[in-house]
Ligand binder design. Structure first.
Ligand SMILES: NC(=O)C1=CN([C@@H]2O[C@H](COP(=O)(O)OP(=O)(O)OC[C@H]3O[C@@H](n4cnc5c(N)ncnc54)[C@H](O)[C@@H]3O)[C@@H](O)[C@H]2O)C=CC1
Ligand SMILES: O=C(O)CCC(=O)C(=O)O
Length: 459
């Protein structure tokens, strides 16, 4: 065969391999739409890698990587404030340990099911690889709705959840953290229950702890700040900055709050944020301290914001936020919150950049639209990796029994986000599609995990 014929043949083999394994994924997991979506996005990016490096086909890496190493599903019984017994379903998906102990958050939300936990765990493998830290990928959660629950109910539920989970985790085995509906309070209750059952103070078993019980200073801010650092790098690379930009941020939880705070510190005006009921808009700028008071300290809806800031307006419904003309959009709430129509509206309104704080906030159609347009698009698994990176720093601090200052953590976070951005750009360039950070993030994240899997044999 001539050189050209070999290249052509390798390309055809790669396309056929990816198609075959994707068909198997669909056949094995017919009802897991979110998982299948996450798999499709990554698979599409990997065809050129398999064409160039047939060793990944020879080792059948794709079929191995899409099957979790372990899926744990369990009953979570608890007693509510009326003395009634409630039952929820808990999950932990230990997806891939090629690079280190399983690592990834726990989500408490009524929508949680196996498909959602598997998509999150799958994404986490590549995100964690991008951080450069020695951590594998996993995720967990329960279909428990924390909304409207008393502190006692939250504690009893969380303790019951850990009463099963504890036997599957450990500082060198699997290290959970927070996600939607799980913050420092829930992490504290989980850590306390683990300690009681394990009979040992193993601080490195869970991250996102309050600094007074071994948590890393700066973990709370890390995902939101990291997102803005990543987007800032991307903007700088194109002669732009955050200074003077009009920004919208969906959600008003952990990631959104600190994305807003950092964007404002870097000179942007955040004009809107939201929760699952609606959004608030203020052209003069959202006051983050008020959002913190409402959401972090209180348990209030974002609609309350307008009672404290009469210049702001409240709008029912969570998709309307994407109709606000802006320069930069930070989706920081949940999966698939930007569909094709929302993406079209953002592009028509002249959005310059989209930075994903949430996991998989854009549908496949929305991603295609951003990539094909002139929008600078920062995909979640790269842009929101700051949270898990600082979680890994927390594990290091716990092992060394010391604690770094905010400045030390923040400096390491900035360096990490810069390195992730560079890895994505280099991979995108190597594969001939500069500026395509979806391609860059997927390839750079995949190659390290795949090589580590090959090095460890068929296990
Ligand atoms: N907490 C972390 O360190 C990390 C979180 N993420 C992702 O970021 C996203 C947000 O997580 P957190 O801020 O931790 O959760 P959170 O529970 O602190 O906040 C979630 C926010 O989203 C809002 N929300 C939920 N559904 C919504 C909808 N359909 N429309 C508008 N708002 C909606 C909630 O009202 C809440 O304000 C999730 O996708 C999560 O997986 C990603 C990386 C790390
Ligand atoms: O901090 C962690 O371990 C996990 C954070 C997380 O769940 C995520 O990156 O989506």
């Amino acid at each position: 065969m001539t050189m050209t014929e070999t290249v052509k043949q390798n390309q055809m083999n790669a396309e056929e391999y990816v198609r075959d394994i994707y068909d198997k994924v669909l056949e094995r997991n017919p009802h897991e739409s979110e998982f299948n979506q996450a798999v499709k996005e990554i698979f599409d990016s990997l065809v050129p890698v398999f064409a160039k490096e047939p060793k990944y086909i020879e080792h059948n890496i794709l079929e191995q990587i899409v099957e979790p190493e372990r899926v744990i599903s369990f009953r979570v019984p608890w007693v509510d404030d009326n003395g009634k017994i409630q039952v929820n379903r808990g999950y932990r998906v230990q997806f891939n340990s090629a690079l280190g102990p399983y690592k990834g958050g726990i989500r408490f939300h009524p929508s949680v099911n196996l498909s959602i936990i598997k998509f999150l765990g799958f994404e986490q493998i590549f995100k964690n690889s991008l951080t450069g830290q020695p951590i594998g990928g996993g995720k967990g959660g329960a279909d428990f709705d924390p909304k409207g629950k008393s502190d006692g109910e939250i504690m009893r539920f969380t303790q019951s959840f850990m009463t099963e989970l504890w036997r599957h985790i450990g500082p060198d085995v699997d290290v959970p953290a927070g996600d939607i509906g799980v913050g420092a309070r829930e992490i504290g209750y989980m850590f306390g229950q683990y300690k009681r059952l394990r009979g040992a103070y193993e601080a490195g078993v869970i991250t996102g702890k309050n600094p007074m019980v071994g948590g890393s200073i700066g973990r709370k801010e890390a995902t939101g700040y990291g997102l803005v650092y990543f987007v800032n790098e991307m903007l700088k690379d194109h002669g732009l900055s955050l200074e003077g930009q009009k920004v919208i941020v969906s959600g008003s939880g952990n990631v959104s709050t600190y994305a807003m705070e950092k964007a404002i510190q870097l000179g942007a005006t955040v004009v809107a944020c939201s929760d699952s009921d609606g959004y608030v808009y203020d052209e003069n700028g959202i006051d983050v301290e008020t959002v913190k008071e409402l959401k972090e300290k209180g348990n209030e809806r974002i609609s309350e914001y307008v009672n404290r800031h009469p210049s702001a307006t409240y709008h029912e419904g969570c998709t309307g936020i994407w109709t606000i003309p802006c320069d930069i959009a930070f989706p920081c709430a949940t999966q698939n919150e930007i569909d094709e129509e929302a993406a079209k509206t953002l592009v028509e309104n002249g959005v310059k950049a989209v930075g994903e704080g949430a996991n998989m906030p854009s549908t496949l159609e929305a991603i295609d639209l951003f990539v094909e347009s002139d929008v600078h698009y920062a995909p979640a698994k790269a842009a929101n990796a700051g949270g898990v990176a600082v979680s890994s720093f927390e594990m290091s601090q716990n092992s060394m029994r010391l604690s770094w200052t905010f400045e030390e953590v923040d400096e390491k976070l900035q360096e990490t986000m810069k390195n992730i951005y560079t890895s994505c750009v280099e991979a995108a360039n190597e594969y001939g599609d500069p500026d395509n950070l979806v391609l860059g993030a997927n390839i750079a994240g995949f190659v390290k995990v795949a090589d580590a899997m090959i090095a460890q044999g068929v296990i």
